[in-house]
Design a protein around this ligand. Structure first.
Ligand SMILES: NC(=O)c1ccc[n+]([C@@H]2O[C@H](COP(=O)([O-])OP(=O)(O)OC[C@H]3O[C@@H](n4cnc5c(N)ncnc54)[C@H](O)[C@@H]3O)[C@@H](O)[C@H]2O)c1
Length: 383
């Protein structure tokens, strides 16, 4: 163990994200020179036996079966929220009031109004905070940000994003409860909009600036499903698919599409940006590559180039292996922890903060509202 100042983490939820985060907290100081050493202090979940197995596997020092205990404990510095969306607000607000730093899984909240309350509370408490929109920290996506900031693209005309899956096509799939809370609007807030498009929107806002207005359509293809918790067949209230058009503040036009009914696609998260001088494209299935077309290249050599983002000159990559060797999905979470810890050390908070993530919530709300009304809807500006 290093002699760095330690920060004790209490994680709530030991599912999919509980694993990616534990992995990130364990690895971060092996690869990044951070000002603090995170300590896997306590893990929380409601099922004691499963929790114990998780804690033993990942090296958490202690366990709690009630999340309120994590908040009460004086030896916890950072509360890390890895539970379904309907519990983010209650846990984050309680943690902030107790003076804990808060790392919260995305989406920040069920809707913008709830997100505003979270932002108010976290800023009143003055504690470090972050939302896990991890795709920003895939090196190829961070490289896209650097290329855009360099001005190489010139004026941006188009932004095109997709997040396609196919895992809910079966009409016999239940909704609600363990593993299926994403199909239950009460637990998830919305369907693909808050779950998948929220990622695309966060990336888009980061790369291309604010969105002014949206026009959306949604569909729920399977109207009723048995609820795992009640045993009753209940109306499905989430959006199974969503497509929307958007106008960015910089004048560019955008299309976003997400569905869990695109047979053959598991997690096709992509974006393409077309500027006056150059274009960029990225695809999660090939996450260590960035496609780049530069019109300023000499005519006969002009064409799309595929940048293998593994060079020490590329974002984050100098901390990993040697040029040519790729990293993957889980490393984006390691980068997120590294940046969070650097932000605490430097006093320049790493993004997205709760406030940054509220903007994504506003866009999601506008999308869902437009889908209901059939009208274009303005996105409220962050105050
Ligand atoms: N950043 C990403 O790429 C990404 C990917 C997947 C999920 N997520 C987000 O992470 C969160 C969790 O998703 P997941 O896929 O890990 O879900 P999951 O179903 O795999 O895990 C959720 C965990 O929360 C626990 N839990 C639920 N209610 C609880 C409570 N009241 N007290 C204590 N524990 C409780 C469950 O037992 C489970 O361990 C969601 O908000 C989701 O949107 C983000």
């Amino acid at each position: 163990m290093s002699n760095k100042k330690t920060l004790n983490v209490g994680i709530i939820g030991y599912g999919f994200m509980g694993r990616t985060h534990a992995n990130a907290f364990r690895k971060v100081t092996n690869f990044f020179d951070t000002p603090f050493q995170p300590v896997l202090k306590a893990a929380c979940g409601r099922d004691g036996a499963k929790l114990k197995a998780y804690a033993d596997k990942w090296g958490w020092e202690s366990t709690e079966t009630d999340w309120k205990r994590i908040i009460e404990r004086s030896d916890i510095d950072i509360v890390d929220i890895c539970t379904p969306n309907d519990s983010h607000a209650e846990i984050a607000i309680a943690a902030a009031r107790a003076g804990k730093m808060v790392m919260c899984e995305k989406p920040l909240s069920l809707d913008g109004k709830q997100g505003e309350e979270m932002v108010r509370e976290i800023e009143k408490a003055g504690v470090a905070n972050m939302v896990w929109y991890n795709y920003r920290r895939v090196p190829a996506v961070t490289l896209a940000k650097q290329i855009i900031e360099s001005g190489k693209l010139g004026r941006i005309f188009h932004y095109r994003a997709k997040f396609l899956q196919d895992w809910t096509i079966n009409a016999d799939l239940p909704q609600g409860g363990a593993g299926l809370w994403r199909l239950d609007a009460a637990a998830a807030g919305s369907g693909v909009t808050g779950d998948l498009l929220a990622h695309c929107i966060d990336t888009a806002l980061w790369l291309n600036g604010s969105i002014d207005n949206v026009s959306a359509m949604t569909e729920t293809f399977v109207k009723e499903r048995k609820h795992q918790l009640t045993g009753q067949v209940e109306k499905v209230e989430i959006d199974d698919a969503c497509a929307f058009m958007a106008r960015f503040g910089n004048g560019s036009l955008a299309t976003f599409e997400s569905t869990r009914y695109a047979r053959g696609h598991k997690a096709l998260n992509t974006f393409e940006i077309n500027g006056e001088n150059a274009s960029i494209a990225w695809d999660l299935h090939d996450l260590h590559r960035l496609q780049f077309f530069d019109y300023n290249d000499e005519g006969q050599y002009r064409g799309w180039r595929s940048i293998h983002v593994t060079d020490p000159d590329h974002p984050y990559m100098g901390n990993w292996w040697v040029p040519g060797l790729a990293i993957g999905y889980e490393h984006s979470f390691v980068h997120q922890v590294a940046d969070f810890l650097q932000g605490i050390g430097s006093g320049k908070p790493a993004s997205p903060t709760f406030r940054d993530a509220l903007e994504t919530q506003y866009v999601c709300d506008a999308v869902l509202s437009s889908a209901r009304s059939g009208q274009w809807v303005n996105v409220p500006k962050l105050s």
